[in-house]
Design a protein around this ligand. Sequence first.
Ligand code: ARG
Length: 489
Amino acid sequence: FKQKTAYEIGVRLVGSEMCIRDRTICIDYSSPNISKSLAYHHIRSTVIGHSLVQIFRALGYRTVGINHLGDWGTTHGMLIAGAKLWPEALPEPVDVAALGALYQRYRKEMETDPKLEDLARQWFGRLERGDAEARAMWQRFRDISWAEFETVYQQLGITFDEVRGESAYEAAMPGVLEEMAQKGLSKESEGALVIELPGEKAPLLLKTKDGTTLYATRDLAAAQYRWTTYHFTRSLYVVDRGQALHFRQLFAALGLAGHEWASRCEHVPFGLVRLGGKKTGTRAGNVVLLKEVFADATDDVTPRIAENQAQLPPEQVAETARMVGIGAVVFANLVTQREKDVDFTWEKVVSLDGDSGPYLQYSHARCASILRKAGWTSSNVEAAAEAEQLDFSRLAHDAEWAVARRLLDFPEIVARAAQSCEPHGICHYLLDLAGDFSRWYTAGNGDATLRVLCDDEDTRRVRLMLTAAVRATMARGLGLLGMGAPDAM
Ligand code: ARG
C-alpha cells in the first residue's frame, strides 16, 4: 500500500494498463415494444444493459448502446385498424396507456370477429407498402411511445448511442431472404419459410405463410448491420431468458450462413422480477408502471432524507430523494445474480441499513461528510496525494488494513463483471467495502485514537486519504451500476 496508491485506486482505479482500445462492444438493451407501457418487468434489461455499458466503457472499450425498439410487425396493423374503427378510444392527448388498451381490445374482439384479423393484416400490408395514412398513424404512435420511454430513460440517466427499431430493417429483408436461400439454408414448411437447425426441435421462422417477415428475420438483418457498422468484439443482447431459444436459433443460423462473427454474439439472459411488499403489488390493473415505481420509491425516502438533513434546501432534498429512490430500485435489480429471479420486496429495497442501494449511498455520504468536516475538498485530496509526507505505515489497525486491501480488489472486480456480464459482482463488492468501512468507522466510537479525525496530524492525514479513496471508489462503483452518489442524505 504505497504512497499515493490510496488516491490512485480510488480515482484512476482502472489503470491505463488495463485499457483495451479499438475494441467495440455492442449492447442491445431495454428495447421495449412501442404502444405498450414501460412496465416494471422492463427494468432489468434496462438497468443491466446500462450498467454493462458503464463497465465496458470504464475498461476502455468503445461501447455502442442500442435500443432495438419493437416498432414493426402485425400488431401495428391492429393498432391502426383499431384507431380507425374506434376513434373514441384514443382521446387527446393520446398516451401509451390508451394505445396499449386499444391493442388489448382489438385482440379480444378479434377472437369473436374474424373479419378484424383480415383488417389488421390489410393495414399492416399498407404500412409495409409505405401507404401515407398508415405510415403517418404508425409514426404518431411511435412518437408518443418514445416520448414516454424517454422520460424513464432520463430519470435513469440513460442515452442510447443508437435507437434503431425493427422497422429500420424493412429494406434489408429481401437481402436477408435471398442470402439464406442462396446458401441453401431456408426452405418451405407448411407454406412458411424456415431454417432448420441441427439439434433444435423448432426451426427459425423467416416468413409466415402470408408473406410477412418476422422478429427473427429482422434480428438477422440487425446482427449483420451491427457487424458491418461496428466490427464488434462482442455483441450482447440483454433480453429475458424466455427468449433463449430465439437467440440460440439466431446465432446458429448466422453461423450456418458462414459468418465467423456469429460466435461473438451472446445472449445475456436474466430472470424475472416478482413483486411483493406493500405497494408494488396493489396497483389497479395488472401492469405496474416503471415510472410509478420510481415515484413511489422517491416518495418513500423523501421524509427520511428531509429529517436527516434538516439544513438542506427543499430542492436539494427532492433531488437527493430522486437519486436515492431510483437508485434503490436500480440496485435491487442488479444485486441478484442475473439469471436468478428477483424478489422485489418494497421494504427491503428502500431500507437504509440492509443490503440496499440506499445503504451504499449512505456510506458514500458518510465519507463525504467526514472529508467536509476536515475541510478536504477534491483539490485538497489531490494536493495531499502529491505531497510526499504521507506515511501509510500509520494505517496499522486491522480494520484499516481490511479497508485498504478491499480497495485494491476493485479493478479485478470490474474486469470480472465485464467478462461475465454480471454487474452483481460489483454490487457485492461495494456492500463489502461499505461493511469494512463501517467496522473501521465504528471502532473509533469506542476508542478515540482510532477516529479518522484523531489528534495526531500525520495519522489524521493518512486516514482522511483512506476515507477519500473509499469515497471515490464508492462513487465510481455506484456510477458503474448507473446510480448516483449523494454527498449528504
Ligand atoms: N422488443 C423485444 C421484446 O420486448 C426485445 C428485443 C430484444 N432485442 C433483439 N434484438 N431481439 O421482447
